[in-house]
Design a protein around this ligand. Structure first.
Ligand code: GCU
Length: 462
């Protein structure tokens, strides 16, 4: 099952880089895996007990042959009513950007923090960035400066938990002026061990230059932050990482932050570093990621105003896909023991006793929190990527966020008509493109770069 590919790679990666040969785990690695699963289930149970929940509705299956297969038929989509992003809880419609900032946006932020992604703790320890190595090298014959950094988190309050954020930064050489940079939630080492993967995650389609090459050729830089170095990608790890450090090794409370917010907090710390690096123009930093990292991308963009642009890859449910829409992955899947750690504990309630239509907000309002900054929503094709991510549900996340962009005099998505495969909707400040490839941002990079240079300048032909 293709949809499990990245998930398995990410889980293995979180365990240990060397575990990564599919199907070739040693008995010792198997026992680590089993232990993590046990701890994850126990933590999930602990949160359900805190919430007074006895049972949850099961998720749908990604396998079309299964009796409980996820809906993949547009004609069977439910009808639903979404909260209006421009209407205050008291029923009054807001009409000015000022009212958005002062009245409506804080209401939406509160709902997302309390019910879905969790709150940042009031006192998060500081991060000190250290350059581990710096070298002049090339990528596809293009000269770059490549730095490896570690963001060392102050753990004096609880020394048994150590957190060091891994970051790679590459900028074109020679640097004559600070350059824009794209920060990816990703991997510095291949999750596939030492074997070069046939089609690495996030790289271009066959024959195209990789995203790194395309950015460097444009005169821009790229950076990669490793989410698992901030917070593990499983429930077992919630008593460790930055979340565990702040909680002094104790389990979370229902409103505490989940992994998506922790990863995006780490991205903000990388931005702090960029502000000190003279090779980088910290006013032109984009954030990018795929799948669960696509979810982290929109969360980072929504909560961190210093990001200039976003490239949100196949974020699906928990990202920009409308959660109330019965198509592909559902809230019940996100609330299960395999994925609940991405969110705050409270979110589990919406898989029992509450339902997704009880959510006070939906994904279009997460996109709206990014306004008026430009966002690009990316998806693969139904044939190759599958229907789990719900390409149309992500498009609708952009459609229904558009009124907020229009409040700012921006264009938003500019249409409510779902485009045919490959059609770039790039005229507005919410852009959308469903490429013809699989679960990757790869085939959308050239479109993204052409769109980004409208904002960042330097659209020269090269
Ligand atoms: C699973 C999960 C998705 C997630 C994806 C990923 O498919 O259901 O929500 O985006 O894994 O690989 O990140």
């Amino acid at each position: 099952m293709r949809k499990y590919g990245l998930a398995i790679a990410v889980v293995l990666m979180a365990l240990n880089d060397s575990l990564a040969q599919f199907g070739r785990r040693t008995p010792e690695q198997d026992s680590i895996f089993a232990r993590l699963q046990r701890q994850t289930r126990a933590d999930h149970q602990n949160m359900m007990a805190q919430l007074g929940i006895k049972a949850l509705r099961p998720g749908v299956s990604g396998n079309p042959q299964d009796a409980n297969a996820a809906n993949r038929d547009e004609n069977k989509v439910n009808s639903y009513t979404l909260p209006d992003p421009l209407v205050l809880k008291n029923g009054k419609k807001i009409k000015t950007p000022q009212d958005w900032w002062q009245k409506r946006r804080p209401e939406i932020v509160e709902d997302f923090e309390k019910e879905i992604y969790g709150r940042l703790p009031p006192h998060i320890p500081t991060v000190q960035w250290k350059v581990v190595s710096s070298k002049d090298t090339v990528i596809a014959n293009l000269p770059i400066k490549e730095k490896i950094l570690r963001g060392v988190v102050d753990n004096s309050s609880f020394p048994s938990i150590k957190v060091e954020i891994e970051l790679l930064v590459a900028t074109p050489r020679p640097t004559t002026k600070p350059v824009p940079i794209v920060l990816e939630f990703g991997f510095i080492q291949s999750p596939f061990g030492n074997t070069p993967p046939v089609m690495p995650i996030g790289l271009g389609s066959a024959g195209e230059p990789t995203w790194k090459e395309q950015l460097i050729a444009r005169g821009w830089g790229y950076a990669i932050i490793v989410p698992s170095s901030i917070q593990a990608d499983n429930g077992a790890g919630l008593t460790e990482g930055i979340i565990g450090l702040v909680n002094q090794g104790k389990p979370r409370k229902p409103e505490d932050w989940g992994a998506l917010r922790a990863w995006s907090w780490g991205a903000s710390r990388a931005l702090d570093y960029f502000e000190t690096d003279q090779d980088i123009d910290a006013k032109r930093v984009a954030i990018e990621g795929l799948s669960r990292y696509g979810k982290a991308t929109v969360v980072a963009m929504a909560f961190e105003p210093r990001f200039s642009l976003a490239f949100i890859g196949s974020s699906g449910a928990g990202g920009v896909k409308i959660l109330r829409r019965v198509f592909g992955e559902q809230v019940e899947n996100l609330a299960s023991s395999g994925e609940y750690h991405w969110f705050c504990g409270n979110f589990i309630k919406y898989a029992g006793p509450l339902t997704p239509s009880d959510l006070p907000v939906d994904a279009h309002e997460l996109v709206a929190l990014c306004a008026p900054r430009p966002v690009f929503i990316s998806s693969g094709s139904p044939q190759v990527e599958g229907q789990w991510v719900d390409a149309k549900g992500m498009f609708l996340g952009g459609v229904y966020a558009s009124p907020v962009y229009r409040l700012f005099g921006k264009k938003g998505l500019g249409t409510t008509q779902f485009p045919s495969l490959g059609t770039p909707l790039v005229e507005g400040d919410i852009a959308y493109r469903q490429h013809a490839g699989g679960h990757s941002t790869g085939p959308n990079w050239s479109t993204w770069i052409a769109w980004a240079c409208r904002y960042w300048g330097e659209c020269k032909y090269f």
